[in-house]
Ligand binder design. Structure first.
Ligand SMILES: *Cc1c(COP(=O)(O)O)cnc(C)c1O
Length: 379
């Protein structure tokens, strides 16, 4: 059976995700110019809805800036725009995406790295030592470390940053609108995320959420690049309700629909639904003796599953792709031993059941021996 490149796949990766028909329809109903009033209205509604999803009550104090580009664009915009030239960044890292923040920061800033092993907790003791030394302007961290599934303690880091008067950048690219997070309560200065993961729209837009005063504070910092200069985005948004350059307008229309769906469902019920889906997937995998990595606390977005013995990731991936399912390889030190499944986007229990049937057929196919029973830790 050969599938066309544009066949429908069930995406069980942590982004891109399958979108709802409302999100898909909105894309094709977006013939508008970004210099017209209806785009400004669309932008304002999207900004308002993002702040709602971010748990902002005092919405007059906050702004959400939209950048055409994937999640990395928002991270780079902050790291290139929000650090004083004579000060440093303290970069927290315990996985692939913490490392990426570190790497981006090093292009623009003097960067102190506080690194832990992948999947291990962040070293807040060392963070505090560095904060106490002075000379830093911003701490960077990942909320849901998408390489391991671990949720990092944003609130604790937020309190430390507040105590030392240092800004906090939180990369919420894979967790935003799934795992609960509140920009206000957790003392986050800049929260970044993107359209194409848990939000459930197409990839290609990223956002930086922060207080007006956090954006105005950095207005006089030296310009280090043109396209990702946060100050330009802030000024265009505030003064004329536009973006500095031609945005991916159709993606705004889809994002608008996805945000409306999230707010209609409600953040708590949505979190409960996503938790239930993740727990269902994990329980079903455990029933098949497929041990999954039980990091604590674990995101509802992602599960790393141990590969059955003698099965290569590429064989499993190819087999499942033929049946219409996309899974991801694990990253870094987990590569070759685990594969990743995710249950965000427009995914139902029925989709998970179809996936499990495909997985069962793969496990019982002659070329793959049944996995040996393992002691299973279901968290
Ligand atoms: C996916 C991801 C990114 C990178 O996002 P892109 O959209 O691929 O640029 C950054 N951080 C985290 C935590 C992610 O999961």
């Amino acid at each position: 059976m050969n599938r066309n490149i544009l066949s429908h796949y069930t995406l069980l990766c942590p982004g891109p995700v399958n979108v709802s028909s409302r999100v898909a329809d909105a894309y094709s109903r977006s013939a508008l110019s970004h210099r017209e009033i209806n785009f400004t209205r669309l932008l304002r509604e999207v900004q308002r809805d993002i702040l709602n999803v971010a748990g902002v009550n005092k919405s007059d104090d906050y702004s959400a800036l939209l950048i055409t580009g994937s999640g990395t664009a928002a991270n780079e915009a902050v790291l290139a725009s929000a650090v004083a030239p004579d000060k440093s960044v303290i970069a927290l890292s315990n996985g692939e995406f913490g490392e990426r923040l570190t790497e981006i920061s090093q292009i623009y800033n003097r960067t102190i790295i506080v690194r832990s092993e992948w999947g291990e907790e962040l070293d807040l003791g060392r963070l505090e030592e560095h904060l106490a030394e002075g000379g830093s302007d911003l701490v960077s961290m990942v909320h849901h470390e998408t390489s391991t599934g671990l949720l990092n303690p944003v609130q604790e880091v937020g309190r430390l940053c507040k105590r030392y008067g240092v800004s906090l950048l939180v990369d919420g690219v894979s967790s935003f609108s799934a795992d609960l997070i509140s920009v206000e309560e957790e003392e986050i200065t800049f929260l970044t995320t993107s359209s194409g993961k848990a939000i459930g729209s197409y990839p290609g837009l990223s956002f930086v959420i922060g207080k007006h005063k956090s954006f105005t504070r950095i207005a006089d910092y030296p310009v280090r690049n043109h396209y990702l200069n946060l100050n330009r985005y802030y000024n265009f948004s505030k003064k004329c309700g536009q973006t500095p350059n031609t945005p991916a307008i159709s993606l705004f229309a889809s994002l608008h629909a996805a945000l409306q769906d999230i707010l209609t469902e409600g953040l708590e019920p949505r979190y409960q639904r996503l938790s239930t889906l993740a727990a269902y997937m994990r329980r079903q995998l455990a029933d098949r003796n497929l041990y999954f990595q039980g990091v604590q606390p674990q995101s509802v977005v992602l599960t790393n599953v141990l590969l059955p013995e003698a099965m290569s990731f590429v064989d499993l991936q190819n087999y499942l792709r033929q049946l219409g399912f996309v899974i991801y390889d694990a990253k870094g030190p987990l590569r070759g031993r685990y594969f990743q499944v995710s249950t965000i986007g427009n995914i139902s229990v029925a989709d998970i059941d179809r996936f499990l049937t495909a997985l069962d057929s793969c496990l019982s196919a002659k070329q793959f021996p049944q996995p040996k029973p393992l002691s299973i830790k279901v968290s």
